[in-house]
Design a protein. Structure first.
Length: 198
């Protein structure tokens, strides 16, 4: 049974459009850094990943908490945020873990995040056009996690580029979705200001 989001829930979610844009821009910035400064090393990569996961988690929490009064599945966004925060904390607390362990942590985070993004896309599919961007972000996340699990022994440079590629694609999809939600938010503001009593 697909979880559906009603129009009021979509409008409530659209108020938080900026969190999707922030998450997307952070992912794009992370991806660009990974490509243009791959020599920073795994330690810096771990720090960047931790920062990205923590900020992504916080913005997911903000979105979930903001939609709790209108969206019956608000807890999914909260759960996604908690998973991201936990992954970020693990990366911060244990930065000297072997690369294989880091790869497994990142892969698990990507798969779980991807699943939540696809669930959210399914919830939005009957309310807005373009929800497939969120679904594509989720699919990209899952594929990225699976690739990391199947090929955990890739070299450090390949790992940096792989993570950078994922971050860029994921970020672009989230920015596009955020921009579409911004349009819904603007229409809702106009509609709320209109006087229908005449």
């Amino acid at each position: 049974m697909a979880v559906r989001l009603d129009m009021a829930g979509t409008v409530a979610l659209a108020r938080w459009w900026w969190t999707f844009v922030v998450r997307g821009l952070l992912a794009i910035a992370f991806g660009v850094l990974a490509f243009f400064a791959p020599g920073l090393g795994i330690a810096v990569l771990v720090g960047l990943f931790a920062a990205w996961a923590l900020i992504d988690g916080v913005t997911s929490l903000v979105t979930g908490i903001g939609g709790r009064n209108r969206d019956k599945s608000w807890w999914l966004e909260i759960l996604e945020g908690v998973v991201s925060i936990i992954a970020g904390i693990i990366a911060l607390v244990f930065p000297v873990l072997a690369a294989d362990v880091l790869v497994i942590i990142i892969a698990a985070w990507a798969i779980v995040t991807g699943i939540f993004e696809i669930i959210a896309a399914i919830r939005l599919r009957e309310q807005i056009r373009g929800e497939f961007w969120l679904g594509l972000a989720g699919l990209a996340s899952i594929l990225f996690g699976v690739i990391l699990l199947v090929f955990p022994g890739v070299g450090a440079l390949s790992l940096v580029w792989l993570i950078g590629s994922f971050a860029l694609v994921f970020g672009v999809f989230l920015v596009i979705l955020g921009w579409r939600l911004r349009g819904i938010n603007e229409m809702a503001k106009i509609d709320a200001a209109r006087d229908y009593s005449r």
